[in-house]
Design a protein around this ligand. Structure first.
Ligand SMILES: Cc1ncc(COP(=O)(O)O)c(C=O)c1O
Length: 381
């Protein structure tokens, strides 16, 4: 399989476990009553051609939701939805549903994705009458760290939104903060990578395409009782209301049936490989090795400050040289790396430099091989 010949450092859609690719391919050919094991009976139909209202898909959906609780530690008191529209739709759905007129929607600005979430709240505030406050930001220093939160929130805060891992800038909250308001978290790029306090979130969400599955399915969860006590927002179309989806057991309209099955398979893989705590050990080992190589180098420099460094997206620059030379050097490095079988190392276009995304499924030996390649590249400059 192509995936075994190259190490895939893509930020997302990203590497998934090879076993998951095999089982997903098998389910596309013919769904078995137990897609996770080889013992189920073939149903004579592909996963892609069955109704989302039938018993076969209902079983997949129920299993996926149960695994979100069991494997990711999302409390049973939370509603779990597997929606479409990506994490970006949640940037808008959150203020549409939970920003309250005359109250303050609070945001922590730690990078491009936080900024997009803030922008949606600001846009909606014009017609909906809430306020948006950025209560902490690391923008001034190029988003190179996680800023400290203020001791006190604005009066009448309706929620605090944080991005637990910043995919583009390579910073990460060590643990989710304790705040005096409902905590909302965009956990798209570090969900399931280690325990970091997700159970304390009143609402969380994650596009699946990094640690959970393919693009096109977004995990959303929120505290059911808390949501029931919130005022029903006026003028919000049904499809954009969480309550609409929850009232139909998460199947208000046709979900991404393929995405839901792959998410189920990925969570089974996490569970069968020791769960999130085992992922934490594996991910810490990979990140430590890569940051150690960067810190020991005089050519490569890690962008994120120690204490804020992401275990999922490691971002660095090359250089010392003037900007134009640095860019040429970076290009040379990325091209040489790709030729040697290391794909997806080019940094995000807004940041430049390099980025290695080393999600759960990324093998530790790929990091060892990259570190060796980097040392050799530096030696020959
Ligand atoms: C942290 C974070 N939030 C949100 C998004 C946007 O996700 P989507 O493209 O699924 O809307 C991304 C995409 O990479 C992300 O990394």
């Amino acid at each position: 399989m192509a995936a075994s010949r190259i190490y895939n450092f893509s930020a997302g859609p990203a590497i998934l476990p090879p076993e998951v690719f095999e089982r997903a391919a098998s389910a596309v050919r013919e769904l078995r009553t137990n897609a996770h094991a080889d013992d189920g009976e073939g149903i004579g139909l592909s996963l892609l051609e069955i109704s989302h209202r039938g018993a076969d898909f209902a079983a997949i959906h129920a299993k996926a939701v149960a695994l979100v609780h069991e494997v990711l530690g999302v409390p049973e008191s939370c509603e779990v939805l597997l929606l479409q529209g990506g994490a970006s739709l949640q940037f808008a759905m959150i203020p549409l549903n939970f920003a309250v007129p005359k109250r303050v929607a609070c945001y922590v600005d730690t990078g491009a994705w936080s900024a997009k979430a803030i922008k949606e709240s600001v846009t909606l505030a014009e017609t909906r009458g809430h306020e948006t406050a950025v209560i902490a930001s690391s923008k001034a220093s190029g988003y190179d760290h996680i800023p400290a939160l203020p001791e006190a929130l604005p009066a009448a805060s309706s929620y605090v939104h944080v991005t637990s891992n910043n995919t583009i800038f390579g910073t990460e909250f060590e643990q989710l903060p304790d705040v005096d308001a409902p905590l909302f978290v965009d956990a798209s790029s570090n969900i399931g990578s280690r325990p970091f306090g997700l159970e304390r979130a009143t609402l969380g969400y994650a596009g699946a395409q990094k640690n959970l599955g393919p693009s096109g399915v977004t995990l959303v969860w929120y505290q059911r009782e808390w949501a029931a006590q919130q005022p029903s927002p006026a003028g919000v179309p049904g499809i954009l209301r969480y309550a609409t989806h929850a009232a139909k057991g998460g199947l208000y309209n046709t979900p991404n049936t393929f995405g839901v099955l792959v998410l189920q398979l990925v969570l089974e893989w996490v569970r069968d490989n020791g769960g999130v705590t085992a992922m934490a050990t594996r991910n810490q080992g990979k990140a430590d090795a890569l940051y150690a190589a960067l810190d020991a180098s005089s050519l490569f420099t890690a962008k994120a400050k120690p204490g804020s460094r992401s275990r999922m997206n490691v971002v660095w620059t090359l250089g010392g040289a003037p900007d134009d030379e640095r860019e040429a050097l970076t290009k040379r490095f990325v091209t040489a790396a790709a030729a040697a079988g290391f794909a997806g190392l080019k940094g995000h276009r807004s940041v430049g430099g390099c980025r290695a995304s080393i999600y759960n499924a990324f093998p530790p030996e790929g990091v060892t091989a990259l570190c060796e390649f980097m040392r050799e590249f530096e030696r020959t400059q």
